[in-house]
Design a protein around this ligand. Structure first.
Ligand SMILES: Nc1nc2c(ncn2[C@@H]2O[C@H](COP(=O)(O)OP(=O)(O)OP(=O)(O)O)[C@@H](O)[C@H]2O)c(=O)[nH]1
Ligand SMILES: [Mg+2]
Ligand SMILES: [Zn+2]
Length: 300
């Protein structure tokens, strides 16, 4: 049988199929191939007869047989096969952190995970600065959704984008991630009264990630957010590749291996001068580049 791991603890995995849930062990064989099952993994498993049950008080137990090839993999928190990261910013209180956003966007591109941007709390933004931010990122081709989570506004659009995906939310504390997720579960008729992410969270003492099923084939990872620590995996010379709008200008650079910072006749800098590349994005590129370079230089 085939299912998806929605929860993992020490050598115990909760697997979900369309019909029911199983609790499975992995036995020793996965250790030998240096492959530990993680939340999000699609797995093959064999259900066990009740009398062979390996877990007390569990109806459906099983043994994990095989992990399917992962489409994506995130180390912190450990998650396989997520297809989207929803980056949540608030227009005000706290103010939008575009450096963090650009860092996380680059990291998502590096991991081949689709980024979606949510600008929340637009009700507090009387100067409508969220319009500027929307424009910067929509021009590049990113999807930007504007919401007022507290009032339940804009939730349908998020719901639509989540469909048939495994998504995780990320963003600074206080931007409204929990408020958004609670709205999503409230509006979902099939889950009414059945699941409360809040209650589940209260009971959950582990820091492990879980997947919550919002709808058929639609999951949300319950995570406090993504660590930007692992962004150091990106070699600084490659960073420009993950600023997706730079690509079409790079071919105009005179020097091979142009860093797009100090060089003359740089296509990216020309794009900036012509107003095709946003100053905020370019400045954050330099900041992140220097951060990555410092880190790499100090490794030795
Ligand atoms: N005015 C306004 N307030 C909002 C909106 N959405 C959320 N809030 C409020 O912002 C505060 C923080 O929201 P949370 O959902 O707890 O934020 P979070 O991102 O989960 O924060 P952490 O769990 O600390 O990471 C709460 O008091 C919410 O009621 C909104 O659209 N407008
Ligand atoms: Mg929260
Ligand atoms: Zn250049």
């Amino acid at each position: 049988m085939q299912g998806i791991i929605v929860e993992a603890s020490t050598n115990l995995y909760r697997i979900k199929t369309n019909e029911k849930e199983y609790v499975a062990t992995a036995r020793g064989k996965f250790k030998s191939v240096d492959l530990t099952p993680v939340v999000g993994d699609i797995v093959d498993f064999s259900p066990l007869e009740k009398e062979h049950s390996i877990v007390e008080n569990e109806e459906n137990t099983a043994v994990l047989e095989k992990i399917h090839e992962r489409k994506t993999y995130v180390k912190r928190p450990r998650l396989a096969n997520i297809t989207q990261i929803i980056f949540v910013l608030s227009s005000k209180h706290p103010k939008p952190d575009l450096l963090l956003l650009d860092k996380q966007l680059a990291f998502a591109e590096f991991l081949h995970i689709r980024p979606i941007i949510v600008l929340n709390k637009i009700d507090l933004d009387d100067k409508k600065q969220f319009m500027e931010i929307s424009k910067i990122y929509e021009n590049i081709g990113y999807k930007v959704i504007r919401t007022m989570a507290k009032m339940g506004e804009g939730i349908e659009e998020i719901e639509a984008i989540l469909k048939n995906n495994i998504s995780a939310f990320s963003g600074n504390s206080g931007v409204g991630k929990s408020t958004l997720i609670n709205c999503l579960f409230k509006e979902n008729k099939t889950l009414e009264g059945e699941i409360s992410i809040k209650n589940k969270r209260g009971k959950n003492t582990t820091t492990d990630v879980k997947l919550y099923e919002l709808d058929n084939n639609t999951y949300i990872a319950d995570t406090p957010g993504f660590s930007t620590f692992d962004i150091y995996e990106i070699p600084y010379r490659d960073l420009y590749k993950y600023f997706i709008e730079f690509e079409e200008y790079v071919s105009n650079c005179k020097y091979i291996g142009c860093s797009h910072i100090k060089e003359e006749e740089c296509g990216v800098k020309e794009g900036l001068k012509d107003g095709k590349i946003s100053e905020s994005r370019y400045n954050n590129y330099i900041k992140i580049y220097n951060e990555l370079k410092d880190r790499e230089d100090h490794k030795w």
